[in-house]
Ligand binder design. Structure first.
Ligand SMILES: Cc1ncc(C[n+]2csc(CCOP(=O)(O)OP(=O)(O)O)c2C)c(N)n1
Length: 566
Protein backbone atom coordinates (compact mmCIF):
# COMPACT_ATOMS: atom_id res chain seq x y z
CA UNK A 1 0.00 0.00 0.00
CA UNK A 2 1.40 3.40 -1.02
CA UNK A 3 0.51 7.02 -0.33
CA UNK A 4 -1.16 7.01 -3.74
CA UNK A 5 -3.58 4.36 -2.53
CA UNK A 6 -4.64 6.46 0.47
CA UNK A 7 -4.93 9.61 -1.60
CA UNK A 8 -6.85 7.93 -4.41
CA UNK A 9 -9.35 6.49 -1.96
CA UNK A 10 -9.69 9.78 -0.08
CA UNK A 11 -10.04 11.69 -3.33
CA UNK A 12 -12.93 9.39 -4.26
CA UNK A 13 -14.44 9.86 -0.79
CA UNK A 14 -14.30 13.67 -1.07
CA UNK A 15 -15.51 13.68 -4.68
CA UNK A 16 -18.44 11.55 -3.66
CA UNK A 17 -19.29 13.71 -0.63
CA UNK A 18 -19.25 16.76 -2.92
CA UNK A 19 -21.51 14.97 -5.43
CA UNK A 20 -23.95 14.31 -2.59
CA UNK A 21 -24.01 18.03 -1.79
CA UNK A 22 -21.28 18.60 0.82
CA UNK A 23 -20.12 22.22 0.61
CA UNK A 24 -18.27 22.83 3.86
CA UNK A 25 -15.61 21.04 5.87
CA UNK A 26 -13.61 22.03 8.94
CA UNK A 27 -9.97 21.01 9.27
CA UNK A 28 -7.50 21.09 12.12
CA UNK A 29 -3.78 20.46 11.87
CA UNK A 30 -1.82 17.28 12.53
CA UNK A 31 0.35 14.74 10.79
CA UNK A 32 -1.80 11.61 10.60
CA UNK A 33 -4.74 13.57 9.17
CA UNK A 34 -2.62 15.12 6.38
CA UNK A 35 -4.08 12.95 3.57
CA UNK A 36 -7.65 13.70 4.68
CA UNK A 37 -7.03 17.43 5.05
CA UNK A 38 -5.25 17.75 1.70
CA UNK A 39 -7.91 15.69 -0.09
CA UNK A 40 -10.66 17.92 1.29
CA UNK A 41 -8.73 21.09 0.45
CA UNK A 42 -8.07 19.87 -3.13
CA UNK A 43 -11.76 19.21 -3.75
CA UNK A 44 -12.94 22.48 -5.33
CA UNK A 45 -16.62 22.02 -4.45
CA UNK A 46 -15.85 21.85 -0.72
CA UNK A 47 -14.97 25.01 1.18
CA UNK A 48 -12.49 24.22 3.93
CA UNK A 49 -12.39 26.18 7.15
CA UNK A 50 -9.14 25.85 9.06
CA UNK A 51 -9.12 25.74 12.88
CA UNK A 52 -6.36 25.38 15.44
CA UNK A 53 -8.48 23.73 18.09
CA UNK A 54 -10.70 20.73 17.42
CA UNK A 55 -13.35 21.80 19.90
CA UNK A 56 -13.78 25.02 17.91
CA UNK A 57 -13.67 23.08 14.62
CA UNK A 58 -16.45 20.77 15.80
CA UNK A 59 -18.71 23.58 16.95
CA UNK A 60 -17.99 25.65 13.84
CA UNK A 61 -19.11 22.67 11.75
CA UNK A 62 -22.20 22.35 13.94
CA UNK A 63 -23.13 26.02 13.44
CA UNK A 64 -22.51 25.73 9.69
CA UNK A 65 -24.71 22.63 9.46
CA UNK A 66 -27.46 24.26 11.51
CA UNK A 67 -27.40 27.37 9.33
CA UNK A 68 -27.49 25.47 6.03
CA UNK A 69 -29.54 22.47 7.12
CA UNK A 70 -27.05 20.27 5.24
CA UNK A 71 -24.25 17.93 6.36
CA UNK A 72 -20.89 19.51 7.12
CA UNK A 73 -17.67 17.50 7.49
CA UNK A 74 -15.08 17.91 10.21
CA UNK A 75 -11.72 16.18 10.32
CA UNK A 76 -8.95 15.91 12.87
CA UNK A 77 -5.80 14.00 13.68
CA UNK A 78 -5.59 10.98 15.98
CA UNK A 79 -5.53 10.89 19.80
CA UNK A 80 -7.09 13.48 22.08
CA UNK A 81 -7.77 15.65 19.01
CA UNK A 82 -10.66 13.32 18.20
CA UNK A 83 -11.93 13.48 21.79
CA UNK A 84 -12.12 17.26 21.55
CA UNK A 85 -14.79 16.87 18.90
CA UNK A 86 -17.00 15.03 21.37
CA UNK A 87 -18.98 18.01 22.76
CA UNK A 88 -20.00 19.12 19.26
CA UNK A 89 -20.81 15.56 18.19
CA UNK A 90 -23.02 15.07 21.24
CA UNK A 91 -24.75 18.39 20.72
CA UNK A 92 -25.32 17.48 17.05
CA UNK A 93 -26.81 14.14 18.05
CA UNK A 94 -29.27 15.67 20.49
CA UNK A 95 -30.14 18.63 18.27
CA UNK A 96 -30.47 16.53 15.09
CA UNK A 97 -27.69 18.29 13.18
CA UNK A 98 -26.00 16.43 10.29
CA UNK A 99 -22.22 16.15 10.77
CA UNK A 100 -19.72 13.87 9.05
CA UNK A 101 -16.80 13.28 11.41
CA UNK A 102 -13.63 12.00 9.72
CA UNK A 103 -11.03 11.06 12.33
CA UNK A 104 -7.53 10.01 11.28
CA UNK A 105 -6.13 7.02 13.12
CA UNK A 106 -3.04 4.82 13.27
CA UNK A 107 -3.41 1.58 11.30
CA UNK A 108 -4.30 -1.53 13.35
CA UNK A 109 -0.67 -2.68 13.77
CA UNK A 110 0.21 0.56 15.60
CA UNK A 111 -2.61 0.40 18.13
CA UNK A 112 -2.08 -0.54 21.76
CA UNK A 113 1.69 -0.92 21.30
CA UNK A 114 2.89 2.43 22.57
CA UNK A 115 2.82 4.30 19.24
CA UNK A 116 2.49 8.07 19.70
CA UNK A 117 -0.82 9.91 19.73
CA UNK A 118 -2.76 6.66 19.60
CA UNK A 119 -5.88 5.99 21.62
CA UNK A 120 -8.86 3.72 21.10
CA UNK A 121 -11.00 5.65 18.63
CA UNK A 122 -13.41 2.85 17.82
CA UNK A 123 -16.93 4.00 18.68
CA UNK A 124 -15.32 6.95 20.42
CA UNK A 125 -18.59 8.88 20.57
CA UNK A 126 -20.59 5.92 21.82
CA UNK A 127 -24.29 6.05 21.05
CA UNK A 128 -24.11 9.76 20.17
CA UNK A 129 -23.64 9.05 16.47
CA UNK A 130 -26.13 7.59 14.03
CA UNK A 131 -23.46 5.42 12.44
CA UNK A 132 -19.85 4.49 13.11
CA UNK A 133 -17.63 2.82 10.53
CA UNK A 134 -13.99 1.79 10.73
CA UNK A 135 -12.70 2.22 7.20
CA UNK A 136 -10.23 -0.45 6.03
CA UNK A 137 -6.66 0.17 4.94
CA UNK A 138 -6.87 -0.85 1.31
CA UNK A 139 -5.14 -0.71 -2.03
CA UNK A 140 -7.01 1.57 -4.41
CA UNK A 141 -8.41 -1.22 -6.59
CA UNK A 142 -11.55 -0.52 -8.66
CA UNK A 143 -13.55 -2.50 -6.10
CA UNK A 144 -12.14 -0.50 -3.18
CA UNK A 145 -12.82 2.79 -4.96
CA UNK A 146 -16.37 1.74 -5.65
CA UNK A 147 -16.80 0.72 -2.04
CA UNK A 148 -15.45 4.04 -0.78
CA UNK A 149 -17.88 5.90 -3.02
CA UNK A 150 -20.77 3.92 -1.60
CA UNK A 151 -19.42 4.58 1.90
CA UNK A 152 -19.32 8.36 1.30
CA UNK A 153 -22.93 8.33 0.08
CA UNK A 154 -23.98 6.25 3.04
CA UNK A 155 -22.27 8.67 5.43
CA UNK A 156 -23.87 11.69 3.78
CA UNK A 157 -27.39 10.33 3.54
CA UNK A 158 -27.28 8.77 6.98
CA UNK A 159 -26.28 12.12 8.49
CA UNK A 160 -28.94 13.99 6.50
CA UNK A 161 -31.78 11.45 6.88
CA UNK A 162 -34.57 12.02 9.42
CA UNK A 163 -33.74 12.54 12.21
CA UNK A 164 -30.50 14.15 11.07
CA UNK A 165 -27.38 13.64 13.18
CA UNK A 166 -23.65 12.94 13.23
CA UNK A 167 -21.87 9.98 11.63
CA UNK A 168 -18.31 8.94 12.39
CA UNK A 169 -15.84 7.41 9.94
CA UNK A 170 -12.54 6.39 11.53
CA UNK A 171 -9.81 6.40 8.88
CA UNK A 172 -6.60 4.48 9.63
CA UNK A 173 -3.72 5.79 7.53
CA UNK A 174 -0.30 4.23 6.96
CA UNK A 175 2.88 6.15 6.25
CA UNK A 176 3.98 7.68 3.95
CA UNK A 177 1.40 10.40 4.51
CA UNK A 178 2.37 12.66 1.64
CA UNK A 179 2.45 11.91 -2.07
CA UNK A 180 5.79 11.42 -3.75
CA UNK A 181 4.42 11.51 -7.28
CA UNK A 182 1.34 13.09 -8.84
CA UNK A 183 -1.91 11.25 -8.28
CA UNK A 184 -3.11 9.27 -11.30
CA UNK A 185 -6.46 10.36 -12.70
CA UNK A 186 -9.46 8.63 -11.26
CA UNK A 187 -12.61 8.07 -13.30
CA UNK A 188 -14.27 5.68 -10.91
CA UNK A 189 -17.25 7.99 -10.23
CA UNK A 190 -20.47 7.93 -12.20
CA UNK A 191 -20.02 9.58 -15.60
CA UNK A 192 -23.05 11.85 -15.23
CA UNK A 193 -21.65 13.55 -12.13
CA UNK A 194 -24.34 12.00 -9.95
CA UNK A 195 -23.53 10.42 -6.58
CA UNK A 196 -22.76 6.70 -6.61
CA UNK A 197 -25.94 6.06 -4.67
CA UNK A 198 -28.99 8.25 -4.34
CA UNK A 199 -31.55 7.87 -1.60
CA UNK A 200 -35.17 8.48 -2.39
CA UNK A 201 -37.51 9.00 0.55
CA UNK A 202 -40.83 10.31 -0.79
CA UNK A 203 -42.56 12.75 1.54
CA UNK A 204 -45.77 11.25 2.91
CA UNK A 205 -48.95 13.08 2.00
CA UNK A 206 -51.19 12.92 5.04
CA UNK A 207 -54.88 13.30 4.41
CA UNK A 208 -57.24 14.87 6.87
CA UNK A 209 -60.80 13.79 6.20
CA UNK A 210 -63.91 15.91 6.63
CA UNK A 211 -64.32 19.35 8.14
CA UNK A 212 -62.15 19.74 11.21
CA UNK A 213 -62.32 22.01 14.16
CA UNK A 214 -60.00 22.39 17.10
CA UNK A 215 -61.90 24.13 19.86
CA UNK A 216 -59.84 25.32 22.81
CA UNK A 217 -56.63 23.91 21.38
CA UNK A 218 -53.12 25.27 21.82
CA UNK A 219 -50.04 24.68 19.74
CA UNK A 220 -46.69 24.54 21.54
CA UNK A 221 -43.77 24.96 19.15
CA UNK A 222 -40.12 24.58 20.12
CA UNK A 223 -36.76 24.45 18.35
CA UNK A 224 -37.04 22.73 15.03
CA UNK A 225 -34.22 22.13 12.52
CA UNK A 226 -36.61 22.97 9.70
CA UNK A 227 -37.91 26.13 11.38
CA UNK A 228 -37.47 28.22 8.24
CA UNK A 229 -39.99 26.14 6.34
CA UNK A 230 -42.31 25.15 9.19
CA UNK A 231 -42.46 28.49 11.05
CA UNK A 232 -44.36 30.61 8.49
CA UNK A 233 -47.10 28.04 7.65
CA UNK A 234 -47.50 27.24 11.34
CA UNK A 235 -48.11 30.90 12.14
CA UNK A 236 -50.64 31.15 9.31
CA UNK A 237 -52.40 27.91 10.28
CA UNK A 238 -52.77 28.90 13.93
CA UNK A 239 -54.22 32.27 12.91
CA UNK A 240 -56.71 30.66 10.50
CA UNK A 241 -57.77 28.03 13.04
CA UNK A 242 -58.00 30.46 15.96
CA UNK A 243 -55.47 28.48 18.00
CA UNK A 244 -53.08 30.21 20.41
CA UNK A 245 -49.52 29.50 19.32
CA UNK A 246 -47.03 29.27 22.18
CA UNK A 247 -43.90 29.41 20.07
CA UNK A 248 -40.33 29.59 21.24
CA UNK A 249 -38.44 31.97 18.88
CA UNK A 250 -36.30 28.98 17.86
CA UNK A 251 -39.38 27.43 16.25
CA UNK A 252 -39.55 30.21 13.68
CA UNK A 253 -43.28 30.37 14.46
CA UNK A 254 -43.47 33.32 16.85
CA UNK A 255 -45.21 35.28 14.15
CA UNK A 256 -48.68 36.37 13.12
CA UNK A 257 -51.85 37.15 15.07
CA UNK A 258 -52.12 33.83 16.92
CA UNK A 259 -48.61 33.90 18.44
CA UNK A 260 -48.49 34.48 22.19
CA UNK A 261 -45.11 35.98 23.10
CA UNK A 262 -45.32 36.00 26.89
CA UNK A 263 -46.61 32.54 27.74
CA UNK A 264 -43.71 32.14 30.17
CA UNK A 265 -44.99 35.06 32.27
CA UNK A 266 -48.70 34.26 31.76
CA UNK A 267 -48.36 30.65 32.87
CA UNK A 268 -46.74 31.75 36.13
CA UNK A 269 -50.11 33.26 37.08
CA UNK A 270 -52.44 30.68 38.73
CA UNK A 271 -55.53 32.78 37.93
CA UNK A 272 -54.66 32.87 34.24
CA UNK A 273 -53.91 29.14 34.22
CA UNK A 274 -57.24 28.42 35.92
CA UNK A 275 -59.15 30.33 33.26
CA UNK A 276 -57.25 28.96 30.26
CA UNK A 277 -57.60 25.21 30.31
CA UNK A 278 -57.22 23.84 26.77
CA UNK A 279 -58.94 20.75 25.37
CA UNK A 280 -56.07 19.71 23.06
CA UNK A 281 -52.38 20.35 22.88
CA UNK A 282 -50.38 19.98 19.68
CA UNK A 283 -46.63 19.85 20.28
CA UNK A 284 -44.18 20.58 17.50
CA UNK A 285 -40.37 20.46 17.69
CA UNK A 286 -38.45 20.33 20.96
CA UNK A 287 -40.04 21.25 24.25
CA UNK A 288 -39.48 24.96 24.86
CA UNK A 289 -37.21 25.83 27.81
CA UNK A 290 -39.83 27.73 29.85
CA UNK A 291 -40.31 26.03 33.21
CA UNK A 292 -43.88 27.30 33.75
CA UNK A 293 -44.82 26.02 30.30
CA UNK A 294 -43.31 22.60 30.99
CA UNK A 295 -45.04 22.38 34.37
CA UNK A 296 -48.34 23.45 32.80
CA UNK A 297 -48.09 20.80 30.07
CA UNK A 298 -47.21 18.16 32.67
CA UNK A 299 -50.36 18.96 34.67
CA UNK A 300 -52.91 19.07 31.84
CA UNK A 301 -55.30 16.16 31.65
CA UNK A 302 -56.14 16.60 27.97
CA UNK A 303 -54.98 14.86 24.79
CA UNK A 304 -51.46 15.89 23.81
CA UNK A 305 -50.21 15.09 20.33
CA UNK A 306 -46.73 15.56 18.91
CA UNK A 307 -46.16 16.20 15.23
CA UNK A 308 -42.75 15.81 13.61
CA UNK A 309 -40.90 14.17 10.76
CA UNK A 310 -39.43 11.42 12.93
CA UNK A 311 -40.50 9.62 16.07
CA UNK A 312 -38.83 11.20 19.07
CA UNK A 313 -39.74 10.75 22.68
CA UNK A 314 -39.58 14.33 23.95
CA UNK A 315 -41.98 13.81 26.84
CA UNK A 316 -40.30 13.74 30.25
CA UNK A 317 -43.68 13.82 32.01
CA UNK A 318 -45.21 10.99 30.00
CA UNK A 319 -48.34 12.95 29.07
CA UNK A 320 -48.31 12.59 25.29
CA UNK A 321 -50.89 10.14 23.95
CA UNK A 322 -50.14 10.25 20.23
CA UNK A 323 -46.99 10.79 18.20
CA UNK A 324 -47.83 11.74 14.62
CA UNK A 325 -44.82 11.01 12.46
CA UNK A 326 -45.16 13.32 9.50
CA UNK A 327 -43.39 16.42 8.23
CA UNK A 328 -45.12 19.42 9.80
CA UNK A 329 -45.33 21.18 6.45
CA UNK A 330 -47.16 18.26 4.85
CA UNK A 331 -49.68 18.04 7.68
CA UNK A 332 -50.33 21.78 7.65
CA UNK A 333 -50.83 21.74 3.89
CA UNK A 334 -53.37 18.92 4.26
CA UNK A 335 -55.14 20.67 7.14
CA UNK A 336 -55.27 24.04 5.39
CA UNK A 337 -56.52 22.39 2.20
CA UNK A 338 -59.50 20.90 3.99
CA UNK A 339 -62.52 22.56 5.44
CA UNK A 340 -61.41 24.24 8.60
CA UNK A 341 -63.81 25.60 11.15
CA UNK A 342 -62.01 28.27 13.12
CA UNK A 343 -62.51 28.41 16.88
CA UNK A 344 -64.88 31.38 17.27
CA UNK A 345 -65.41 31.02 21.00
CA UNK A 346 -63.16 33.91 21.98
CA UNK A 347 -60.48 31.48 23.16
CA UNK A 348 -57.68 33.00 21.09
CA UNK A 349 -58.92 36.52 21.85
CA UNK A 350 -58.66 35.84 25.54
CA UNK A 351 -55.03 34.67 25.20
CA UNK A 352 -54.24 37.66 23.02
CA UNK A 353 -55.76 40.14 25.45
CA UNK A 354 -53.66 38.69 28.27
CA UNK A 355 -50.56 38.74 26.06
CA UNK A 356 -51.18 42.38 25.16
CA UNK A 357 -51.53 43.25 28.86
CA UNK A 358 -48.27 41.36 29.58
CA UNK A 359 -46.50 43.16 26.73
CA UNK A 360 -47.47 46.54 28.16
CA UNK A 361 -46.57 45.58 31.71
CA UNK A 362 -43.15 44.31 30.62
CA UNK A 363 -42.47 47.42 28.55
CA UNK A 364 -43.45 49.68 31.45
CA UNK A 365 -41.25 47.75 33.90
CA UNK A 366 -38.23 47.65 31.59
CA UNK A 367 -38.40 51.33 30.62
CA UNK A 368 -35.49 52.35 28.43
CA UNK A 369 -32.63 51.46 30.75
CA UNK A 370 -30.32 48.82 29.26
CA UNK A 371 -30.91 45.45 30.91
CA UNK A 372 -30.62 41.82 29.90
CA UNK A 373 -34.35 41.38 29.12
CA UNK A 374 -34.46 44.66 27.22
CA UNK A 375 -31.60 43.56 24.95
CA UNK A 376 -33.43 40.30 24.19
CA UNK A 377 -36.59 42.23 23.31
CA UNK A 378 -34.83 44.92 21.27
CA UNK A 379 -32.84 42.47 19.15
CA UNK A 380 -36.17 41.19 17.87
CA UNK A 381 -37.22 44.70 16.89
CA UNK A 382 -33.92 45.70 15.31
CA UNK A 383 -32.67 42.70 13.38
CA UNK A 384 -33.75 42.28 9.78
CA UNK A 385 -35.60 39.10 8.82
CA UNK A 386 -32.62 37.92 6.76
CA UNK A 387 -30.41 37.94 9.89
CA UNK A 388 -29.68 34.96 12.12
CA UNK A 389 -29.61 35.44 15.86
CA UNK A 390 -27.47 32.81 17.59
CA UNK A 391 -28.28 32.68 21.29
CA UNK A 392 -26.11 31.25 24.05
CA UNK A 393 -27.48 28.86 26.64
CA UNK A 394 -28.13 30.23 30.16
CA UNK A 395 -30.11 33.48 30.50
CA UNK A 396 -29.80 34.70 26.88
CA UNK A 397 -31.88 31.81 25.52
CA UNK A 398 -34.38 32.12 28.40
CA UNK A 399 -34.71 35.88 28.06
CA UNK A 400 -35.24 35.49 24.36
CA UNK A 401 -38.05 33.04 25.00
CA UNK A 402 -39.60 35.35 27.60
CA UNK A 403 -39.18 38.74 25.93
CA UNK A 404 -38.76 38.32 22.17
CA UNK A 405 -41.72 40.05 20.50
CA UNK A 406 -44.20 38.61 18.02
CA UNK A 407 -43.13 39.79 14.58
CA UNK A 408 -44.44 39.43 11.05
CA UNK A 409 -41.04 38.40 9.69
CA UNK A 410 -38.73 37.46 12.56
CA UNK A 411 -35.02 36.78 12.11
CA UNK A 412 -34.00 33.16 12.36
CA UNK A 413 -33.04 32.13 15.89
CA UNK A 414 -30.51 29.33 16.50
CA UNK A 415 -29.07 27.96 19.74
CA UNK A 416 -27.20 24.90 20.92
CA UNK A 417 -30.07 23.39 22.91
CA UNK A 418 -29.51 19.71 22.19
CA UNK A 419 -27.45 19.30 25.33
CA UNK A 420 -27.79 22.91 26.60
CA UNK A 421 -24.02 23.43 26.89
CA UNK A 422 -22.40 26.83 27.13
CA UNK A 423 -19.35 25.39 25.35
CA UNK A 424 -18.60 26.15 21.71
CA UNK A 425 -21.09 29.00 21.45
CA UNK A 426 -18.76 31.49 19.76
CA UNK A 427 -17.48 28.88 17.28
CA UNK A 428 -21.01 27.77 16.40
CA UNK A 429 -22.04 31.34 15.65
CA UNK A 430 -18.96 31.80 13.45
CA UNK A 431 -19.89 28.58 11.62
CA UNK A 432 -23.35 30.00 10.93
CA UNK A 433 -21.74 33.26 9.76
CA UNK A 434 -19.35 31.41 7.45
CA UNK A 435 -21.75 28.99 5.81
CA UNK A 436 -25.16 30.61 6.15
CA UNK A 437 -26.73 33.55 4.40
CA UNK A 438 -27.30 37.00 5.87
CA UNK A 439 -25.68 38.64 8.89
CA UNK A 440 -25.27 36.71 12.15
CA UNK A 441 -25.56 38.22 15.62
CA UNK A 442 -24.54 36.25 18.71
CA UNK A 443 -26.17 37.08 22.03
CA UNK A 444 -23.98 35.61 24.75
CA UNK A 445 -23.21 35.75 28.44
CA UNK A 446 -19.68 36.41 29.67
CA UNK A 447 -18.98 32.89 31.00
CA UNK A 448 -20.03 31.35 27.68
CA UNK A 449 -17.78 33.82 25.86
CA UNK A 450 -14.83 33.17 28.17
CA UNK A 451 -15.33 29.42 27.75
CA UNK A 452 -14.97 29.59 23.96
CA UNK A 453 -12.78 32.68 23.77
CA UNK A 454 -10.51 30.78 21.36
CA UNK A 455 -13.44 30.70 18.96
CA UNK A 456 -12.73 34.40 18.30
CA UNK A 457 -9.71 33.27 16.25
CA UNK A 458 -12.15 32.69 13.40
CA UNK A 459 -12.75 36.45 13.13
CA UNK A 460 -9.44 37.39 11.57
CA UNK A 461 -8.03 34.02 10.50
CA UNK A 462 -11.14 33.13 8.52
CA UNK A 463 -12.11 36.70 7.70
CA UNK A 464 -15.62 36.32 9.09
CA UNK A 465 -18.07 38.97 10.13
CA UNK A 466 -19.99 38.24 13.32
CA UNK A 467 -21.65 40.70 15.67
CA UNK A 468 -21.19 39.52 19.26
CA UNK A 469 -23.50 41.16 21.78
CA UNK A 470 -22.07 40.37 25.20
CA UNK A 471 -24.19 40.63 28.33
CA UNK A 472 -21.43 40.90 30.91
CA UNK A 473 -22.64 40.37 34.47
CA UNK A 474 -19.24 38.99 35.52
CA UNK A 475 -20.32 35.40 36.15
CA UNK A 476 -23.24 33.08 35.68
CA UNK A 477 -26.31 35.23 36.34
CA UNK A 478 -28.63 32.26 35.92
CA UNK A 479 -27.53 30.72 39.20
CA UNK A 480 -29.05 33.62 41.15
CA UNK A 481 -32.45 32.20 40.22
CA UNK A 482 -31.63 28.92 42.01
CA UNK A 483 -31.66 28.06 45.74
CA UNK A 484 -27.87 27.63 45.63
CA UNK A 485 -27.62 31.43 45.52
CA UNK A 486 -28.13 31.42 49.31
CA UNK A 487 -24.79 29.67 49.82
CA UNK A 488 -22.77 32.87 50.31
CA UNK A 489 -19.12 33.00 49.38
CA UNK A 490 -18.94 29.40 48.21
CA UNK A 491 -21.75 30.18 45.77
CA UNK A 492 -20.05 33.30 44.54
CA UNK A 493 -16.64 31.69 43.96
CA UNK A 494 -17.61 28.24 42.77
CA UNK A 495 -20.99 28.63 41.11
CA UNK A 496 -21.33 32.23 39.96
CA UNK A 497 -17.58 32.27 39.11
CA UNK A 498 -16.84 35.98 38.61
CA UNK A 499 -13.69 36.42 36.50
CA UNK A 500 -13.13 40.17 36.17
CA UNK A 501 -12.11 39.78 32.52
CA UNK A 502 -11.68 42.95 30.46
CA UNK A 503 -13.14 41.77 27.17
CA UNK A 504 -11.86 44.73 25.15
CA UNK A 505 -8.43 43.07 25.42
CA UNK A 506 -9.83 39.88 23.93
CA UNK A 507 -11.32 41.89 21.07
CA UNK A 508 -7.93 43.49 20.44
CA UNK A 509 -6.08 40.15 20.64
CA UNK A 510 -8.34 38.50 18.10
CA UNK A 511 -8.73 41.49 15.76
CA UNK A 512 -12.38 42.29 16.50
CA UNK A 513 -13.89 45.74 16.81
CA UNK A 514 -15.07 46.64 20.32
CA UNK A 515 -17.72 48.99 21.68
CA UNK A 516 -19.15 49.42 25.16
CA UNK A 517 -22.86 50.28 24.97
CA UNK A 518 -24.34 52.07 27.96
CA UNK A 519 -27.65 53.19 26.50
CA UNK A 520 -30.24 51.67 24.20
CA UNK A 521 -29.30 54.15 21.46
CA UNK A 522 -25.61 53.33 21.79
CA UNK A 523 -26.38 49.63 21.54
CA UNK A 524 -28.55 50.10 18.48
CA UNK A 525 -25.92 52.28 16.80
CA UNK A 526 -23.16 49.78 17.59
CA UNK A 527 -25.19 46.88 16.18
CA UNK A 528 -26.03 48.83 13.03
CA UNK A 529 -22.38 49.72 12.49
CA UNK A 530 -21.31 46.15 13.07
CA UNK A 531 -23.90 44.74 10.65
CA UNK A 532 -22.46 47.04 7.95
CA UNK A 533 -18.87 46.08 8.71
CA UNK A 534 -16.94 43.24 7.03
CA UNK A 535 -15.16 42.65 10.35
CA UNK A 536 -16.38 41.02 13.53
CA UNK A 537 -17.22 43.21 16.51
CA UNK A 538 -17.76 42.68 20.17
CA UNK A 539 -20.40 44.93 21.69
CA UNK A 540 -20.45 44.80 25.48
CA UNK A 541 -23.39 45.61 27.73
CA UNK A 542 -22.51 45.55 31.44
CA UNK A 543 -25.18 44.33 33.82
CA UNK A 544 -25.44 43.25 37.44
CA UNK A 545 -26.49 39.74 38.49
CA UNK A 546 -28.44 40.77 41.62
CA UNK A 547 -30.23 43.59 39.83
CA UNK A 548 -31.05 41.25 36.97
CA UNK A 549 -32.76 38.84 39.36
CA UNK A 550 -34.72 41.67 40.97
CA UNK A 551 -35.79 42.98 37.56
CA UNK A 552 -37.11 39.56 36.52
CA UNK A 553 -39.11 39.36 39.77
CA UNK A 554 -40.58 42.83 39.18
CA UNK A 555 -41.58 41.83 35.66
CA UNK A 556 -43.40 38.71 36.93
CA UNK A 557 -45.30 40.77 39.49
CA UNK A 558 -46.18 43.47 36.98
CA UNK A 559 -47.48 40.89 34.48
CA UNK A 560 -49.60 39.14 37.09
CA UNK A 561 -51.12 42.44 38.21
CA UNK A 562 -51.80 43.53 34.63
CA UNK A 563 -53.33 40.21 33.57
CA UNK A 564 -55.63 40.07 36.56
CA UNK A 565 -56.88 43.59 35.67
CA UNK A 566 -57.35 42.78 31.96
C1 LIG B 1 -20.30 22.99 29.06
C2 LIG B 1 -21.15 23.48 30.18
N1 LIG B 1 -20.60 23.62 31.40
C3 LIG B 1 -21.34 24.09 32.43
C4 LIG B 1 -22.66 24.41 32.23
C5 LIG B 1 -23.50 24.92 33.41
N2 LIG B 1 -23.85 26.33 33.21
C6 LIG B 1 -25.09 26.68 32.82
S1 LIG B 1 -25.29 28.30 32.72
C7 LIG B 1 -23.71 28.60 33.22
C8 LIG B 1 -23.21 30.01 33.43
C9 LIG B 1 -23.34 30.82 32.20
O1 LIG B 1 -22.94 32.14 32.46
P1 LIG B 1 -23.03 33.26 31.36
O2 LIG B 1 -22.64 32.71 30.05
O3 LIG B 1 -22.25 34.44 31.83
O4 LIG B 1 -24.59 33.59 31.26
P2 LIG B 1 -25.59 34.15 32.39
O5 LIG B 1 -25.89 33.00 33.31
O6 LIG B 1 -24.95 35.28 33.09
O7 LIG B 1 -26.80 34.53 31.60
C10 LIG B 1 -23.05 27.41 33.46
C11 LIG B 1 -21.65 27.32 33.93
C12 LIG B 1 -23.19 24.24 30.95
N3 LIG B 1 -24.45 24.53 30.65
N4 LIG B 1 -22.41 23.80 29.94
Amino acid sequence: MTASDSYLLLQALCDELARCGLEHACTSPGSRCTPIVLSLVREPRIRCWSHLDERCAGFFALGAAKATGRPVAVTCTSGTAAVNLAPAVIEAFHARVPLIVLTADRPPELRDVGAGQTIDQLKLYGDAVKWFYEVGVERATPEALRFVRMLACRAYFTAAGQPAGPVHLNLPLREPLVLEQPLPEDHSGRADGEPWVRVDVPEPTPSIAGPHRFDRAVIVAGAEPESETTGPPLGAFAAAAGIPLLADPMSGARRGPAAIAHYDALLRDPAFVGEHRPRFVFRIGDLPTSKPLRAWLAGLEVPQITIGPSLRWRDPDAVVGLHTVTPVRALLAAASGGQMVADQSGWLQSWRAADAAATNAIAATLGDRLSEPLVAAKLGEWLPARATLYVASSMPVRDLESFFPVLQEPPRVLANRGANGIDGTVSSAFGAAGAGEGPVVLLTGDVALAYDIGGLLAARRLGLSLTLVLLNNDGGGIFHFLPVAREGEAFEQHVATPHGLEFSHAAALFGCGYELAQTVDQLRGAIERSLESPLSSLIEVRTDREQNLALHRRIDEAVQAAVSRS
